[in-house]
Structure formats: structure tokens, C-alpha cells
Design a binder for this molecule. Structure first.
Ligand SMILES: [Zn+2]
Length: 404
């Protein structure tokens, strides 16, 4: 019964609706669906609207001497039709002293070890990324070309909507070829549009007047171009299943079910959620885990992000946990031998709560690194029974928390 409900939530989100990035019509369709499920479960629903960017891509083409190369537009890239010689750069010092006017920059080496953090990121912005972002803006090349870590697939490496320079990512195979073409003419044509947009968190409460609450959350947005089944259709399917069964099992405490949006892009939904409590996001590295008085009512926050992967192991992690909470998890795990307790990891919505001192329970899965944010993250990779396993564990843990 529960497995078929979970499966239905998954197919609706990942197949009927599909990729649901911030600002898009499918993102709003997913919000509507979630709100309907919350309301049908008898919850008091609320939307927390926030503004974001709406980006559309119609066409991208990268050419070397008339030959078309495999390239992906980096998310939020502005449109362009530009042509110029390749300038190859591998260090910040080269970038500082180069003359890049009328050139197309190919970044490699220490400038391209992974995705570039957006310059306006409120949470994650390492010093080298900040410097690279600032230098690119100051040098203002015609366009930027990044190289994907994957041989045959261009995995997008920039998603900064404040970057005024058009950019693409090429596969590692194309990148390797281009590294021998310094000075040769590249041409980039990008037909895209960047407009003001909107998205929202969807929240369902059991009883707002209860005084204390337990948060259960999952993000429903995806990166562009991925069905987002594992990341994070799976977590939302679990969240919706919990919204349907948990309220009948608790008394005297509010359950606050939060479907966050914008987790994939700057944590925009988290920023909005915090703003309504008069709180600010905490930067990585500046965390003190002090309990914010505005969050005193939250007994625990349970976040579900990427569970039920067929080929992986479901995991649970605790942050800011009391001895009693760790004991409750240890006891519950006696009946869940297929779930492993792992060290806490920061990068998801629970960070919003644990950076402000709230005890957190995080459900995830230790696989899927080659799947997340890719077009291949489809429902064939996730299993309704394995998602249900995490749902049942959460039900047990909520019962244990509300007992004491
Ligand atoms: Zn996720």
C-alpha cells in the first residue's frame, strides 16, 4: 500500500512533471502537487514565495574552425554570438596578468578542479572561487569554456546567474583536444534568456499552536536537465508518504512538513525560510552550532535527501544530537540492518537547522555520485521498498522523540 503511494509520488514528480528547477513552470507544478497532497492529508498548508531567476535555453553551438563540438551551456548563461582565439589558462596568476579582450578563455588545471561556486552564494564560497569569479569579471573575455570531468558528457560547471560572461562546458574528450589548440579560433552561439522568476517552499502543519514542533523536510527542486529521481524525488516521495501517515500517530506536538525549493541553487528556499524567523544563513566554516532562540520550538529536524537508491545503502546521520537521540537511533537501527549510520555531511537543507543549533537527523544513501544532477537520474535507479524503509525508520524515531 505505502509502496504504491511512494511510487505514484515518484512517477508524478519525475516523469509526469520531470526536471523542476527554480523559476520553471514544472517547478510550480511540483509545488502545486505537493500542496495538494498536504491538504488532502489534512495539513494546514502555506507557501513561502521568493524571487529567483527564470532561465531558458533554446540553442547552444560551439565551433572550432567550422567543426561543431559537443558542449553544454552552463546554467544561467547569458546569450551571445562571439568568435575569438582560445586563451588557455591554468592558474590564477596567469588570469591576473593575461589580456583577454576579444578572446575565449579555456580554463584548466587548478582553475577547473570542480564546479565554480557562484559569487553570490550565501553559504559556500571558497576563497579561490571568489578570486576566480572576480578576475573573470574584471578581465571580461568574450566567453568561458570549462572542461567536464567526464570523458563523453559535458557536466555543467558554472551556475552563477550574476556572471555576465557567456559560458559552456565541454566533455573531457573535447577539452583534451582543445588544450592543443591555443590561439585557434572558437565560435560560440548561445540563444538563451534570463528573466526574473519565482519559486516557493511548500509547508504543511499538523498544529501550529502546539508550541513545539518536529520538522520533516526534503527539497523538491532539481538541477536543470535531470528528472531528479534519486536527488530528490525519492526524498519528496518519502516526505509525502510521511505527511499521509505520521499526523495520526502524534499528539501535543506540531509536525512541520517542509518541501524546500532552491536547494540546488544557492539554497534560496532555505534563505527565505530563515528570513521569516529573522535569521541569516551561516557560511561554511563560520558555524558555531549555537541554538538560535527563534528555533527553540524545534525539537528535531529530519531531512531526507537522496534515499532508496537501488544500488546503494540507505544511511542515517546525526548532528547536534543528545545522548537520548543517539540511543533512540541505535535502538531503532536494531530492526533496520540494511541502514548504516554514517558521519554527518553538511550539503543539504538540514544545514539550515544544524547551523542554528537544532538536533538533526539526516536520511541519505551512500551511492549515486555518478548519477546526481545528470540526465540519467531517472526512477529506474530508485526503489519504492527502499524508500519505504527510510519512511518506517522515521516513523519509529518520531515516536521515540515525542515519548520523552
Ligand atoms: Zn539533493
Amino acid at each position: 500500500m505505502m509502496q504504491s503511494t511512494i511510487y505514484q509520488h515518484l512517477t508524478t514528480l519525475c516523469e509526469k512533471i520531470g526536471p523542476r528547477p527554480i523559476g520553471s513552470a514544472p517547478n510550480r507544478a511540483a509545488a502545486d502537487y505537493i500542496q495538494q497532497v498536504f491538504a488532502a492529508a489534512g495539513l494546514q498548508t502555506e507557501r513561502q514565495e521568493f524571487s529567483c531567476v527564470e532561465w531558458r535555453l533554446d540553442e547552444v553551438q560551439l565551433e572550432l574552425d567550422g567543426e561543431v563540438l559537443l558542449a553544454a551551456a552552463n546554467t544561467f548563461s547569458p546569450p551571445c554570438t562571439v568568435a575569438g582565439p582560445i586563451a588557455l589558462l591554468s592558474t590564477l596568476r596567469q588570469l591576473e596578468s593575461a589580456d583577454l579582450a576579444q578572446k575565449i578563455v579555456l580554463l584548466c588545471g587548478e582553475l577547473a578542479t570542480g564546479p565554480l561556486a557562484p559569487l553570490n552564494s550565501p553559504i559556500y564560497l571558497p576563497e579561490e572561487h571568489k578570486k576566480l569569479g572576480e578576475l573573470l569579471r574584471a578581465q571580461s573575455p568574450l566567453a568561458v569554456v570549462m572542461i567536464s570531468p567526464e570523458m563523453d558528457a559535458p557536466v555543467v560547471m558554472i551556475d552563477d546567474w550574476t556572471l555576465p560572461i557567456p559560458s559552456v562546458t565541454v566533455s573531457a574528450a573535447v577539452g583534451r583536444m582543445l588544450l592543443n589548440q591555443s590561439g585557434q579560433p572558437l565560435k560560440l552561439t548561445m540563444r538563451s534568456q534570463r528573466d526574473p522568476g519565482a519559486s516557493c517552499n511548500v509547508i504543511g502543519h499538523v498544529d501550529r499552536q502546539a508550541g513545539k514542533s518536529i520538522v520533516v523536510c526534503a527539497h523538491y527542486d532539481t538541477k536543470f536537465g535531470t528528472p531528479g529521481a534519486f536527488d530528490n524525488g525519492s526524498g519528496v516521495a518519502a516526505l509525502l508518504a510521511l505527511a499521509q501517515v505520521l499526523p495520526a500517530r502524534v499528539r501535543g506536538v506540531d509536525l512541520e512538513f517542509i518541501a524546500f525549493s532552491g536547494e540546488e541553487y544557492n539554497g534560496l528556499g532555505d534563505v527565505e525560510y530563515l528570513r521569516r524567523f529573522g535569521l541569516e544563513p551561516v557560511r561554511f566554516g563560520e558555524m558555531r552550532n549555537e541554538r538560535a532562540p527563534a528555533f527553540n520550538h524545534i525539537q528535531a529536524a529530519i531531512n531526507i535527501d537522496g534515499v532508496g537508491l537501488l544500488s546503494g545503502t540507505n544511511t542515517i546521520a546525526l548532528v547536534n544530537e543528545s545522548v537520548a537521540l543517539q540511543q533512540a537511533v541505535t535502538d531503532a537501527l536494531q530492526n533496520y540492518l540494511a541502514i548504516s549510520q554514517v558521519a554527518p555531511w553538511p550539503a543539504s537543507n538540514h544545514y539550515t537547522f544544524y547551523a542554528h543549533g537544532v538536533p538533526c537527523i539526516v536520511l541519505g544513501n551512500n551511492g549515486g555520485a555518478d548519477l546526481v544532477h545528470r540526465p540519467t537520474d531517472s526512477i529506474e535507479w530508485v526503489s519504492a521498498p527502499k524508500i519505504e524503509e527510510t519512511v518506517q525508520l522515521v516513523i519509529e524515531l518520531v515516536a521515540a522523540i515525542t515519548l520523552d
